[in-house]
Design a protein around this ligand. Structure first.
Ligand code: MN
Length: 489
């Protein structure tokens, strides 16, 4: 990696930007870290340079990339924060200050999980860009982790999976999320990782390519007829997500693998639905797997159409259909907006509700201690983040139960809920969920109505409304049965 390459990459996403500041930040960092080596034996400057490069890959703005180059200067060299501020002005100065304050979050087991999350959230309220720098810093550290003792490697990987990955998920930055996950997977379970890597990258590769070609051959003429400008790509599953699925469902690789995944990218929302129609006329869809995340986006802002069809040879094939803009948002999260949405709202219009709420709290309170107290009360004490087996994040009020979670996922899952696995252990439908729980609802296919007793313990409005709605329906059906005139519909 060189500064020239970094500047070139930056200019690709920011035409005509004045990049002198990047050269200046680089020269400053080189001088400050002069003579320092990383544990790998390479010059220290390689680390901030790579961190800054990762930031340009997620399309960060000029100040953020410059701050990435300078992020370890106050902490690890003789140069002070004041010098950085004097040289580079308040914006870059504040970013470097934020990252220095965030310091080195230490992993001290799950009981400190909330505390660490709080620290990260507080940094975000100052400037979300600090978190992006921290993520890229961590990702580069993970990539060069092999020179550390094994115990330390595992500690860092566990901490990343428990703190950094969920936050990247909440912010919708899937690119950073899966990169971190796959490295941590390799560190924590090297045998399983290499085994899967071989099966997926080597054994199944030819089969995957041939199948992709067949689907494309069937689909291309139909798409061409519409005149829609489209891109079709094979989607790669990330190894950690395959592994998680195997664990959760207790299945073998081949049983999980049988789903082929493709993505179609088109210009407009209308085109998305048109393409969906074409796919559904070509192949038979599995109606239970259809998801319209355009009409109803996920809590982190994710938008796309998902459908699974029985393709050539009756093979289950999953399509994601979305616009270019949605795709960028899904890959880069908020970062997709940050460089052209500055005025609209501090972080662009797609910031998730919970980020906005933290910012609201911060606006009201200026004193830092007060702020921590208030955030504790307003944001953390009454709100938990719960994960689905797929890793989707659901934001629920504290003391929510698995039934609340089930209705947050889908009414049908709520209505048919029969039992629950919490962190892979059998739990009770009325027990309180905790922050960070992974919840899997087991449904009963033939069940028609939700249990009215659930109303005694559910916390969310959504769950209450749905259960009551069915109460009305079911009593109406019962009444109709006894009043001959009302019989029928
Ligand atoms: Mn660093």
């Amino acid at each position: 990696m060189t500064i020239e390459r970094l500047i070139k990459k930056f200019a690709e996403n920011h035409h005509g930007a004045d990049t002198d500041i990047l050269q200046k930040a680089y020269d400053f960092a080189v001088a400050a870290h002069e003579g320092q080596l990383r544990k790998t034996g390479e010059p220290y400057i390689n680390h901030p340079l790579h961190t800054a490069y990762l930031l340009t890959e997620i399309k960060a703005d000029l100040s953020t990339v410059a701050a990435g180059l300078l992020h370890d200067v106050p902490e690890d060299t003789d140069r002070t924060l004041e010098e950085v501020e004097r040289e580079f002005g308040p914006e870059i100065g504040n970013l470097v200050k934020g990252i220095t304050k965030l310091g080195k979050i230490k992993y001290r087991g799950i009981e400190r999980y909330r505390e660490n999350l709080k620290k990260m959230f507080l940094a975000m309220t100052n400037d979300l860009r600090v978190i992006f720098i921290k993520f890229c810093d961590r990702l580069n550290n993970l990539r060069t982790i092999e020179s550390l003792p094994e115990e330390k490697q595992k500690r860092i990987a566990r901490e990343t999976l428990e703190i950094y990955v969920p936050i990247a998920g909440l912010l919708g930055i899937s690119r950073l999320k899966w990169q971190m996950e796959d490295i941590c997977f390799k560190i924590l379970y090297p045998d399983e990782f290499h085994d899967l890597e071989y099966k997926y990258e080597v054994e199944k590769k030819v089969e995957r390519n041939q199948f992709f070609q067949r689907v494309k051959n069937d689909l291309t003429p139909k798409l061409k007829e519409t005149g829609i400008d489209y891109e079709i790509e094979m989607r790669f599953k990330h190894l950690y997500s395959i592994y998680k699925k195997m664990q959760e469902k207790n299945r073998k690789f081949d049983e999980i693998y049988d789903v082929f995944a493709l993505r179609i990218i088109v210009p407009t929302v209308n085109d998305c639905y048109k393409v969906l129609g074409i796919i559904h006329t070509l192949w038979k869809p599995n109606s239970s797997r259809f998801k319209d995340y355009i009409a109803v986006p996920k809590p982190n802002g994710y938008k796309s159409l998902h459908t699974t069809i029985y393709g050539p040879e009756e093979k289950a094939t999953e399509f994601q259909i979305r616009t270019k803009e949605m795709h960028e948002e899904n890959v880069y999260g908020l970062a997709a907006h940050w460089y052209y949405k500055h005025d609209e709202d501090k972080f662009g219009y797609t910031s998730p509700k919970w980020v906005k709420e933290i910012i609201e709290v911060q606006k009201e309170v200026l004193d830092t201690d007060e702020l921590v107290k208030k955030i504790k009360l307003d944001v953390f004490q009454d709100r938990i983040f719960v994960f689905s087996p797929k890793g989707d994040v659901f934001e629920l009020p504290e003391k929510s139960t698995p039934i609340d979670f089930a209705y947050a996922v889908h009414s049908n899952i709520g209505n048919k809920a029969a039992s629950v696995l919490i962190n892979n252990k059998l739990g009770k439908l009325d027990q309180e969920l905790k922050n960070g729980d992974m919840v899997k609802i087991i449904t009963e296919k033939n069940r028609e109505y939700p249990n009215q007793d659930w109303l005694k313990f559910v916390k969310t409005r959504r769950a209450k409304d749905r259960i009551k709605q069915y109460a009305k329906k079911s009593s109406l059906t019962r009444i109709k049965r006894f009043i001959p005139g009302l019989k029928g519909k």
